[in-house]
Design a protein around this ligand. Structure first.
Ligand SMILES: Cc1cc2nc3c(=O)[nH]c(=O)nc-3n(C[C@H](O)[C@H](O)[C@H](O)COP(=O)(O)OP(=O)(O)OC[C@H]3O[C@@H](n4cnc5c(N)ncnc54)[C@H](O)[C@@H]3O)c2cc1C
Length: 404
């Protein structure tokens, strides 16, 4: 009988400490500045690249970790430092996940490293699915990809919105509709290499939180890419479309496959914010005196902290379970990936709000980081599938009913 254990192994503990040290000494002290500047923190991404943390090698190592926990562990620590900077470092991983989940091994080998570049020339990647009229409803994408057989090129037209690293990325992985009548089953992903004519950045959005992470529109105006940049290859796409036209089952489509794989890591980031706020509030509650005693001596405050810690630990268990299942080929039969992101996201919003409450007026001002962490946390109930969409995935999985 295999033993059950939640202990991390030596390698995992070492990496956790390595990422934590970087988060503590480099990311955390810079959080306020980059939130105010609302710009991509290039110097910090470069520092992360120098130590090998922002690199294809590290992310591959994390993907291949046998337990599947390593990416979640690193993501938690980075977001514990600062969620906006953490996402600036992790954003390229979503582009990479788009390639890994839909591309051939050759495509991954060629393009994976380019999502990160080198310490001397850092590069970014983006994964572009959402559109102004298609966020949750991924099946109604309007961006079209049309095959020009004479030139063996794909021609892409459309506008993507809310794209992390959109327009500033070197590699854009774009999901487009090849057969609009087939909805999401007629979609495919394409790699758009650096400097491709026709791809440009539209509006850059000003946000409530995670402001160190760049979010913008991406405009595709007659963007031409060689046939080999269709992820997975044309033969596979043609087969899938033929099956869909015959009404047969097809493998899960481009965007969904990527999101299912990335949800636990997104949950882990939410977990990192929640843990940061909990620790900060716990220290504060022991120090702050009111009515002649530390505020933590009041059950009203101590019980809040007890609940915060309980929800944080429960989030971690869900995130680790989903990460382990995904790596070990276990099917998400009850929407376990969605559960992890749903619960951790909502926990982050709840815990950061409670941290503000525990700190009273001091929680509400920018001198302390908890108001920023609360602003940062909110995105985790929205992107990579809103909380409502996660519940929909779970409800459908457990019931077999196409709940609407
Ligand atoms: C900062 C940021 C970064 C992002 N990064 C990326 C990125 O890198 N790549 C990318 O492709 N996208 C990205 N997104 C887009 C994000 O994934 C979408 O915003 C999200 O999926 C929600 O889509 P929407 O905004 O169009 O909301 P809508 O789909 O319009 O939803 C509006 C509301 O209706 C609810 N709703 C919709 N349909 C249903 C339903 N069937 N049942 C119940 N409730 C429903 C939603 O839950 C939500 O509460 C990002 C967004 C933000 C804000």
């Amino acid at each position: 009988m295999a033993e059950f254990s939640l202990d991390l192994n030596e390698d995992q503990l070492q990496i956790q400490k390595w990422v934590h040290d970087f988060a503590e000494t480099v990311i955390r002290p810079a959080g306020h500045e980059w939130d105010e500047r609302e710009e991509t923190p290039w110097p910090i991404i470069e520092e992360a690249a120098k130590i090998g943390l922002y690199s294809f090698d590290f992310i591959s190592q994390a993907f291949f970790d046998e337990s599947g926990l390593l990416l979640a562990i690193a993501a938690e620590e980075l977001a514990w430092g600062d969620a906006g900077i953490g996402l600036a470092i992790l954003g390229s991983t979503l582009g990479l996940a788009g390639i890994a989940s839909n591309g051939t091994p050759e495509q991954l080998i060629e393009w994976g490293p380019q999502c990160f570049g080198t310490p001397d020339k850092v590069q970014l990647a983006a994964f572009a699915v959402s559109e102004p009229d298609a966020g949750s409803d991924v099946s109604s994408l309007r961006t079209r990809a049309v095959y020009d057989e004479a030139k063996d090129e794909w021609v892409l037209n459309g506008t993507k919105t809310w794209i992390t690293n959109g327009g500033i990325a070197d590699i854009h992985v774009v999901v487009a509709s090849v057969e609009p009548d087939l909805g999401s089953r007629g979609q495919a992903s394409f790699i758009i290499p650096p400097g491709t004519p026709g791809l440009s950045q539209g509006q850059k959005f000003q946000k409530m939180g995670i402001r160190a992470s760049h979010t913008a529109e991406v405009v595709l105006d007659d963007v031409r890419v060689p046939g080999r940049l269709l992820l997975g290859g044309k033969e596979k796409l043609d087969e899938r479309i033929a099956r869909a036209k015959e009404g047969k089952r097809t493998s899960s489509q481009a965007a969904m496959a990527t999101f299912e794989a990335s949800r636990p890591a997104v949950g882990a980031q939410a977990l990192g914010i929640a843990r940061a706020a909990y620790e900060y509030a716990l220290d504060y509650a022991k120090e702050r005196k009111a009515f002649g005693r530390a505020i933590i001596e009041n059950q009203a405050i101590a019980f809040k902290l007890a609940d915060m810690k309980t929800r944080i630990d429960a989030s971690r268990l869900l995130v680790w379970r989903a990460s382990w299942m995904a790596r070990n080929g276990k099917q998400f039969t009850s929407g376990e990936g969605s559960m992890s992101k749903l619960f951790a996201g909502e926990t982050a919003v709840h815990v950061t709000e409670e941290a503000i409450q525990i700190m009273g007026g001091y929680g509400y001002i920018r001198e302390h980081p908890v108001e920023r962490w609360h602003r940062d946390s909110k995105i985790f109930t929205i992107f990579e599938g809103t909380s409502e969409i996660q519940r929909l995935v779970i409800a459908r999985a457990i019931s077999g009913v196409h709940v609407k």
